[in-house]
Design a protein around this ligand. Structure first.
Ligand code: 13P
Ligand code: SF4
Length: 285
């Protein structure tokens, strides 16, 4: 199956991008791995015209928005992000009317329609700098409330109005998990994703996007790391840092949508050209 995928990929002139939460066998076969920001940048800069995106829909849509001339395929049609689904375009239009004068910053974990209704878009890797740099004092931040409140703490001269969305995977990490992990692994470095609850963030040593966690783990000479994010990242952390130890903050938390893509799906995506991401030119613009 792997050999067939590599052969088909070459034949089609395609590039396989995969998010850090993908299954190990998908991570191993991908040309590029990354967080949302890295994958968006890579997809824009690629010279190849065909991208197979192993991740969830909003990521493949972002690649299409940034490279409208390329063909972008999502191997599993309904691999979505429940966080992105917590706000509809009608709800955002109403929220904007209720908060006149505010700029809308949407987290990349949102649909293309939500992005089209926003003034700016950010990822967890650049949310603070995006909000700091927009020319507005009042900001509507959608859809993740935990990421939004973390941004608020780091950008004190702006007022951030939060949408009450959250990620069901990161929400599973609780404050007591941090206390217990600290007792289990004394001296370990605790890194959590900004989609985690506020009380979990407060007890962590670092708050990072998945790429930020990879960078920090490589940089620090410490041996043991506790990781508060989807379990797929731990595979990559271990692979790239074989001399260090990585543990999930609590029992492994799984994003079932991220895990939907199998080698068989990837193979089918390349053979049948499924599923092509189509967005209207107005939305892309
Ligand atoms: P990153 O951009 O940090 O990889 O996060 C993506 C995501 O979906 C987090 O749940
Ligand atoms: Fe969406 Fe959460 Fe899965 Fe990330 S981990 S893709 S935010 S559901």
């Amino acid at each position: 199956m792997k050999q067939e995928i590599l052969r088909l990929k070459k034949e089609m002139g395609a590039v396989i991008l995969a998010h850090n939460y993908q299954r190990p066998e998908i991570q191993d076969i991908a040309d590029f791995l990354g967080d949302s920001l890295e994958l968006a940048k890579i997809s824009k800069d690629l010279k190849e015209k065909v991208i197979v995106f192993c991740g969830v829909r909003f990521m493949a849509e972002s690649a299409k928005i940034l490279s409208p001339g390329k063909k972008v395929f999502l191997p599993v049609l309904d691999a979505g992000c429940p966080l992105a689904d917590t706000i509809t375009p009608d709800e955002l239009i109403k929220f904007k009317q209720e908060n006149p004068g505010a700029w809308v910053v949407s987290y990349v974990n949102s649909s293309a329609e939500i992005k089209a209704l926003s003034n700016a878009c950010c990822t967890s890797g650049n949310a603070i700098s995006v909000v700091k740099n927009i020319p507005a004092k009042k900001v509507i931040f959608v859809p993740d409330k935990h990421l939004g409140s973390w941004v608020q703490k780091n950008v004190s001269d702006k007022e951030i109005i939060l949408w009450e969305g959250f990620c069901y995977v990161h929400e599973l990490f609780k404050e007591k998990d941090v206390d217990e992990a600290k007792k289990r692994h004394r001296g370990a470095v605790i890194m959590v994703h900004p989609e985690c609850r506020e009380e979990v963030q407060e007890k962590a040593d670092f708050i990072f996007s998945t790429a930020g966690m990879l960078k920090k783990a490589a940089e620090l000479s410490r041996e043991t790391f506790i990781v508060g994010t989807e379990e797929g990242l731990i595979y990559r952390l271990k692979k790239e840092n074989p001399d260090k130890e990585f543990y999930s903050l609590a029992s492994a938390k799984v994003c079932t949508n991220m895990k939907r893509t199998t080698l068989a799906d990837l193979h089918r995506a390349l053979t049948k050209g499924e599923y092509k991401i189509e967005l209207s030119p107005e939305i892309i613009e």
